[in-house]
Every structure is written in structure tokens, then in C-alpha cells.
Design a binder for this molecule. Structure first.
Ligand code: BES
Ligand code: MN
Ligand code: MN
Length: 454
């Protein structure tokens, strides 16, 4: 793998222009009007993987968006690495907050690719494809490789579970390799060993059966918007603990040593606050920021709407109020159980004068991976080779629920070699991915293959 740097240098412009063609396809899984783009993105990946050297690549139908499957089997007696990634992206809205004219027309500014999907996950999965290309074209591929790339990760991967159950034989592998997470900093490599689970709910509060004049009726009937705010506010106490009965029952408690260990990871509070434009941090009492996102569950409103939100004033008591609420879960909490606890509790706190409905939108389980496996050690050596530093194991606050399902359905563990930075603004306006991380990822990945197979 010694010539990987030369290979990148010789091909770096092509890598980028191929990635940009991929990013230009607006594959937003949340929007029905982008259905055709999902197929185009899948077809593009299939062609790319064939060019990279796959023996076969297919766009396989699934319940929802198709799944791209590709493979190169060099010797059935050798181990098989399966790369997972997602070609769908989050919506780009609000468009007016982007500093480039079109979020789907990538621009390089100050050494960063700016575009929706630049990091999550088009840029990152492309690193996997190009690392694979390098190993094939230079005759250094040491094992079998499969690719399984889905188009519904950002909407909860509804089709991938059934797909895995149906194609267990096809998806047989020894390890699943994923670039869809982050690292601490460009000079502090890290390996994600934990992901949080998720329960995502939508609630609806209904008061009067139509919007009312807020002067004629104000003060005499329950206002669903006020009620919803009070109900949501009551979901956390003064210590920022979630008040849903039973919410913490199954939370895995870490030992003092484990907590000390995770807090040894570098964390610069001042830099953190500055990068977010906040003057102070808030979270569950008794825990550090790393713990609050890494090992503690939480509850957040993702969106709320009710009544009149147009320009100027309209004096009404709205008939309805809505909110989308997510709970991030940690090991041993079960998302179905938590969703049910939420539903029961939220219905039980509904005051008189309104009716409340709760919908369970989607969810999934968290993931923890040990640091003493062959895959972890191989990844660790790979980072050490490419960065000149041993990577730090970290726990991320984000979720990739399908990773737990892979273990459940396929019986295979995943290794998370993500190269994103917290400053990449994934899911936000001006999502970006530094060229450094893109090329460094391509450089690091082949070393994983080498160390994993020797
Ligand atoms: N790639 C992210 C998850 C992620 C990002 C994990 C950074 C760790 C660090 C993934 O695409 C994502 O956004 N997942 C969703 C969950 C999904 C069910 C919608 C999330 O975490 O909100
Ligand atoms: Mn992602
Ligand atoms: Mn995402």
C-alpha cells in the first residue's frame, strides 16, 4: 500500500470531479419529488463501482429506494469486507442560508468542498470507492470486497432490514466497514466505538375544532400551542433529566474508570462554544459534554408548528399544534420500549380541554463496539500509519440504527472509520468536507485492508 499517496496525487482531480458529478444528483430521500434522482444516484454508483474494478454491480430493487450492491471476489477462502454507506442526503433547506448559489453544485472554498452530501455521506462513501479502486488497479486487493449502499438512511432505513433478511447469503462477510461518522480533529484521529439509538415521535394537540378569534375566546378555552409548550417543558426537570417514568431504567451505567477514560479525549469548551455561537452550554447535571452526547440519553424538539406563522400579526387561537420530538438512546435502552413509554406518558399529561395524539415515526438501537477486536486493531494501525498517531476510541452522539440491525440479522460487527469533522455542518446549511479529510480517508482505508488480512 506504500504507493497510495502517489496514486492519490496522480488522480486527485479526477476523484474530485467524479465525486462532484455524484453530488450534483439531488438524492434527497425525504422528498417524493426526488424519486427519479434516487435511481440516478444509484445508477451512478453502480457505474462508478464497475469503473473502480468491481466484477459485478447491480441496482437492486427494494421496498423503497434501490440498494446498490457490488462485489469483487478474488478468493472465496479469503476474508470478505463489506462496505456500507448511503447515497441519500438530507434536504438542503433553508436554501437562503447557503453561501454558494446551489447546494447541489459543489464549490471548493478555502480547501473545503461545500455542498449537501459533501461529507454525509457522499464524500465519505466515495473515499471507500476510491480506496477500493486503488487496491484493484495496483493489484493489491488482499481480500474479497462487497459494497452495499442504501438510499434511505436519512429516513430511518425502512427497507434495508428486510433486504438484509432476504439476502443473507449474498451479504455474507466478516466485517462491515463504514465511513459515515466523524473524527476529533484533522490532527487527532479517532475511531467511533459507540453510536446512540433513536426514538422519533410526532405529537399533535387539538383544541377547538377551528381557529378562533383570540380576543373573543382568549382566556376562556385551552390554547393547543400554549398547552404543547407546557407539556414539552415538563419533559425535562431542573437537572435536565428526562421526566418520562422508566426512561432511565435500562441505561447502562459506566464505571468510574470507563468515564475517566472517555473524558481523556481532548475537548476544548471555549472552541466548542465559539464554533456554535453560544455563550454557555446546557445539559444533564453531573456529566461532561462528552458524556452527555456519548453515554447519556436525551430528548429534543426537532420542529414545532402551530397557528399563524406568516408575516405580520393575525389574532387567533390555533386549533392545532404539532411537534417532532426525538430521543437519543444509549446502550441497553430499547427504542420500541422508549417510544411506548413516551406515548403513554405524553398522553397521560394531556390537560383537559385538548386531545393529544402521538405517532411513532421511526427508531433504532444504539451500538457499541469493543476495542480489542481484530477489526479495531487493524483500523487503529491504519490510522497510525496514515496520521502518525494512534487514534482515540470515542462515542458519538449520532445514530446509524442499521448498524445494530446488521449485527442482529447478519451476525456481523461493523468498524466505523469516519473522517468527518464536527465543523462539517452535516444536515445544516453549508455542509462541507475538507479536501484534506477526503484524501486522507482514501489514504487510510487501504491500510485497514492490509492489517485486517495479515
Ligand atoms: N452519518 C450520520 C450519523 C452520524 C454523524 C453519526 C456523525 C456519528 C457522527 C447519519 O447519516 C445520520 O444523520 N443519522 C441520523 C439517524 C437517522 C435514523 C435519521 C441521525 O443521527 O440523526
Ligand atoms: Mn450519514
Ligand atoms: Mn445524516
Amino acid at each position: 500500500m506504500k504507493d497510495i499517496k502517489n496514486y492519490i496525487e496522480a488522480n486527485k482531480d479526477r476523484f474530485l470531479s467524479e465525486l462532484f458529478d455524484f453530488i450534483r444528483i439531488p438524492s434527497v430521500s425525504a422528498k417524493p419529488e426526488n424519486k427519479a434522482d434516487m435511481i440516478r444516484a444509484a445508477e451512478y454508483l453502480k457505474q462508478q463501482l464497475l469503473l473502480c474494478g468491481a466484477d459485478k454491480a447491480e441496482v437492486m430493487p427494494a421496498q423503497g429506494n434501490p440498494i446498490v450492491y457490488a462485489e469483487k471476489i478474488i478468493d472465496p477462502s479469503k476474508p470478505t469486507v463489506m462496505v456500507y454507506g448511503h447515497y441519500d442526503v438530507q434536504p438542503a433547506e433553508p436554501l437562503e442560508l447557503w453561501t454558494i448559489p446551489d447546494p447541489f453544485d459543489p464549490q471548493v472554498v478555502d480547501g473545503k468542498i461545500i455542498a449537501r452530501g459533501a461529507d454525509d455521506d457522499k464524500g465519505q462513501l466515495f473515499m471507500q470507492a476510491k480506496a477500493f479502486e486503488y487496491m484493484v488497479k495496483t493489484n493489491q486487493l488482499p481480500c474479497n470486497v462487497k459494497f452495499m449502499l442504501e438510499g434511505e438512511e436519512e429516513v430511518g432505513s425502512p427497507s434495508l432490514g428486510p433486504f438484509c433478511k432476504e439476502h443473507k447469503e449474498l451479504l455474507k462477510c466478516d466485517i462491515i466497514l463504514v465511513s459515515d461518522t466523524g473524527m476529533i480533529a484533522q490532527d487527532i484521529p479517532s475511531i467511533t466505538c459507540g453510536l446512540r439509538g433513536l426514538s422519533y415521535m410526532e405529537v399533535e394537540v387539538t383544541g377547538p375544532d377551528h381557529d378562533l378569534h383570540s380576543g373573543i375566546f382568549g382566556g376562556a378555552v385551552a390554547n393547543p400551542a400554549n398547552v404543547l409548550c407546557e407539556m414539552i417543558a415538563s419533559l425535562k426537570d431542573e437537572m435536565n433529566r428526562v421526566t418520562i417514568p422508566g426512561f432511565y431504567d435500562d441505561v447502562l451505567v459506566l464505571s468510574a474508570e470507563e468515564r475517566a477514560e472517555m473524558n481523556r479525549a481532548p475537548f476544548d469548551l471555549e472552541k466548542y462554544k465559539k464554533s456554535l455561537g453560544i455563550d454557555d452550554i446546557v445539559g444533564e447535571e453531573g456529566y461532561t459534554s462528552l458524556e452527555r452526547t456519548g453515554i447519556r440519553p436525551t430528548l429534543d424538539v426537532n420542529g414545532m408548528w402551530s397557528g399563524y406563522t406568516g408575516e405580520g400579526a393575525k389574532t387567533i387561537i390555533p386549533s392545532k399544534a404539532y411537534a417532532k420530538i426525538s430521543m437519543r438512546l444509549v446502550p441497553h435502552q430499547n427504542s420500541k420500549k422508549i417510544s411506548k413509554l413516551f406515548e403513554d406518558h405524553f398522553l397521560s399529561i394531556a390537560p383537559k380541554g385538548v386531545t393529544v395524539k402521538v405517532k411513532d415515526l421511526h427508531g433504532g438501537e444504539g451500538y457499541v463496539s469493543p476495542t480489542n477486536t481484530k477489526a479495531y486493531l487493524a483500523a487503529s494501525k491504519a490510522y497510525e500509519t496514515a496520521f502518525g498517531k494512534k487514534p482515540i476510541p470515542t462515542r458519538s452522539g449520532g445514530s446509524i440504527p442499521i448498524i445494530a440491525l446488521f449485527e442482529e440479522v447478519l451476525g456481523v460487527k461493523s468498524i466505523l472509520m469516519g473522517f468527518g469533522l464536527e465543523s462539517d455542518a452535516i444536515h445544516s446549511p453549508n455542509e462541507n468536507y475538507p479536501l484534506f479529510n477526503f484524501y486522507k480517508g482514501i489514504e487510510t482505508i487501504p491500510w485497514f485492508y492490509k492489517f485486517y488480512t495479515e
